[in-house]
Design a protein. Structure first.
Length: 164
C-alpha cells in the first residue's frame, strides 16, 4: 500500500538487466522481451498500490492488460541496463490507463514506450469489477502525483499508413 512517503513522478522501477537469451539474431533485444521488462516494471509500480501477489491471494482479484501499444525507438543490447518509468494517466471504477518508458539506466535515453489499459478483474467470476476503496485511494494518490507530468507524444497514437 502507498505510505506517507512521496509518490515518485514518474514511478521508477529498480534497475534491470537484459538476459543473454533475449538477444536475437540481429544482435539486439528481441521485441518480445521489451514486454517482459515493461511487465516487471508495472508489477513493481502496482505493488506500491497494494496490487501484488498478496492482493490476488487475499482478495481473489487482480488486474489484466486489455490493450497495449508499443513504440520501439532505439535498440537495446545485452549490456544496456534499464529502468521502467511509469505514469498513471487516468483511471475510473475498473480501468487504469498507464504509460511506460523503457529508459537506459546510465545514459537516460528512451528505448521504447508502452501505453496500456488495465482492467480490474474478479478472479472467481473472470469479469471486470470495481477497484476496492483502498486501492482506488492509492490510484488517486498516484494520479495526483503524476498529474503535472508532460503528456508523452506517443499517448493516443494511431497506427496507419498515410495514403494519397
Amino acid at each position: 500500500m502507498i505510505t506517507s512517503a512521496p509518490i515518485p513522478a514518474p514511478f521508477k522501477s529498480s534497475e534491470m538487466a537484459i538476459e543473454p537469451d533475449w538477444i536475437d539474431y540481429n544482435g539486439h533485444l528481441n521485441m518480445a522481451f521489451y514486454h517482459v521488462l515493461f511487465d516487471r516494471g508495472i508489477d513493481e509500480a502496482f505493488l506500491t498500490l497494494g496490487l501484488g501477489p498478496d492482493y490476488v491471494r487475499e482478495r481473489n482479484a487482480s488486474f489484466f492488460t486489455v490493450e497495449a501499444h508499443v513504440c520501439y525507438l532505439r535498440e537495446l543490447a545485452l549490456d544496456d541496463p534499464v529502468h521502467v518509468h511509469i505514469r498513471l494517466l487516468a483511471f475510473d471504477d475498473k480501468r487504469a490507463h498507464i504509460f511506460e518508458e523503457l529508459v537506459h539506466a546510465r545514459e537516460g535515453w528512451t528505448s521504447a514506450t508502452l501505453e496500456q489499459m488495465s482492467l480490474h478483474v474478479d478472479m472467481a467470476a473472470k469479469r471486470a469489477s470495481p477497484w476496492p476503496d483502498d486501492i482506488r485511494e492509492n490510484l488517486a494518490a498516484m494520479r495526483k502525483a503524476h498529474a503535472d507530468l508532460e503528456m508523452p507524444p506517443q499517448v493516443g497514437r494511431v497506427m496507419r499508413v498515410k495514403t494519397g
